[in-house]
Design a protein around this ligand. Structure first.
Ligand code: FAD
Ligand code: DHB
Length: 388
């Protein structure tokens, strides 16, 4: 088989790249190890920056997002018994949308299928070859058959645990990492929204987040031990924890409902550089991870592929590899700002078991500064909506 760009991974990065390339008249093949049903139902991110929404709209895959996603013009920071609103629209002129990642995936798969795009699900044994030459190739097994794709470029969009990053030559690589001593316990609940806007809460018992998915399904998270098991958490224990962390004397209550999904996600910050080696380019979680506080992960995957698609367009249309050669530098500028922001939000809102009383007071003073200073609130809001 021959194509122009072989894409490994059908997450937001791989599928959107394939779709953008198609709009530019560039052929690609997407290889995904999981089934279509699996990728279309895995619960992950929920917050789309304005720039992500704009790109999905421009690419013609925003109809359902516009109809079913909820626009949010602000969110709340809760701590020390009070809630404070961060008015995103007033501070930045921009908003965000809550629309689940697996719905974005469904929209992108539908668009690729409608355009007769080549997608292989359930592939095994993906291996990359000839990365330093002009004709790299990928071998894999599909439905029991060994296959080979020859391509001009390979895009490694296969997430943190994929095969593309380890296939890069190790000489000259630099990895930056921080693993946090906590995780997020996430639940999906059948209930009406507890709040019109997201609530990020800092409490002595740990961080908690009230998010939403639809008028009938809600998403909530709370800080937990990353090694804990969901089996240790009965529904009653989860509700007791959320009530304790989120409620105070103002009378607002979390609305309970049937919990139909529970999961625990570990938290890390990670950047691997460079994001290119010869004809192999990494995009999204394959190259970098942020802790989820601040909701940057999927948005970063989208901004990487926007750059990569533009670079490939220049290559095929004008014969110029200038933008492709700059890909690592251009992508990392945004990546590091998002790394900083996600680390900041995480540090400001979670409890650290080893924090001294002095550090705990500083944490509270930082929150006081953010909600009390228009300049700091604007900095937070600009980062949150992705205005950089
Ligand atoms: P992935 O979505 O991981 O996709 C990679 C794909 O590659 C997968 O489908 C995988 O099966 C496939 N694959 C892996 N290995 C191979 C292989 N060897 N061969 C073939 N295929 C392979 N981000 C936000 O922007 N906003 C949020 O609100 C947000 N909330 C989050 C909440 C949680 C609980 C979690 C866990 C994450 C959240 N994120 C959020 C992060 C976001 O989900 C990720 O950053 C995003 O999925 C990255 O997209 P990707 O396409 O790079 O990688
Ligand atoms: C969601 C996830 C996040 O990481 C976040 O900061 C806000 C919302 C969500 O899944 O809804």
């Amino acid at each position: 088989m021959r194509t122009q760009v072989a894409i490994i991974g059908a997450g937001p990065a791989g599928l959107l790249l394939s779709h953008l390339l198609h709009l530019q008249g560039i052929e690609s093949v997407v290889l995904e190890s999981r089934s279509r049903e699996d990728i279309e139902s895995t619960i992950r991110a929920g917050v789309l920056e304005q720039g992500t929404m704009d790109l999905l709209n421009e690419a013609g895959v925003g109809d359902r997002m516009r109809a079913e996603g909820a626009l949010h013009h602000g969110f709340e920071l809760a701590y020390a018994g009070r809630r404070h609103r961060i008015d995103l629209r007033e501070l930045t002129g921009k908003s965000i949308s809550v629309y689940a990642q697996h719905e974005v995936i469904k929209d992108l798969v539908a668009a690729r299928v409608a355009a007769d795009g080549q997608l292989f699900f359930g592939v095994r044994d993906v291996a990359l070859h000839g990365l330093d030459g002009a004709r790299p190739s990928v071998t894999f097994t599909h439905a029991g058959q060994a296959q080979r794709i020859e391509a001009d470029f390979i895009a490694g969009c296969d997430g943190f645990h994929g095969v593309a990053r380890p296939a890069m030559p190790q000489a000259g690589r630099e990895d930056y990492q921080r693993v946090y001593p906590f995780g997020w316990f996430g639940i999906l609940v059948e209930a009406p929204p507890s709040s019109e806007e997201l609530i990020y809460a800092r409490h002595e018992r740990g961080f908690a987040l009230v998010s939403t998915r639809s008028p009938t399904v809600q998403r909530m998270y709370f800080q937990c031990d990353p090694k804990d098991s969901v089996d240790n958490w009965s529904d009653d224990r989860i509700w007791a924890e959320l009530h304790a962390r989120l409620e105070n004397r103002d009378g607002w209550r979390v609305t309970e409902g049937r919990i139909f999904q529970k999961n625990i996600v570990p938290m890390r910050s990670f950047v691997s550089t460079p994001m290119q080696s010869g004809r192999l380019f990494l995009a999204g979680d394959a190259a970098h991870i942020v802790p989820p506080t601040g909701a940057k992960g999927m948005n970063l995957a989208v901004s990487d592929v926007r750059l990569l698609a533009a670079g490939l367009d220049d290559f095929y249309r004008r014969g110029s590899s200038e933008r492709l050669d700059r890909y690592t530098d251009d992508a990392l500028k945004r990546v590091w700002r998002a790394e900083y922001f996600s680390w900041w939000m995480t540090s400001m809102l979670h409890t650290f078991a080893d924090a001294s009383p002095f550090q705990r007071e500083l944490q509270r003073a930082e929150l006081d500064n953010v909600v009390g200073s228009r300049a700091l609130a604007t900095a937070l809001a600009e980062n949150y909506v992705g205005a950089f």
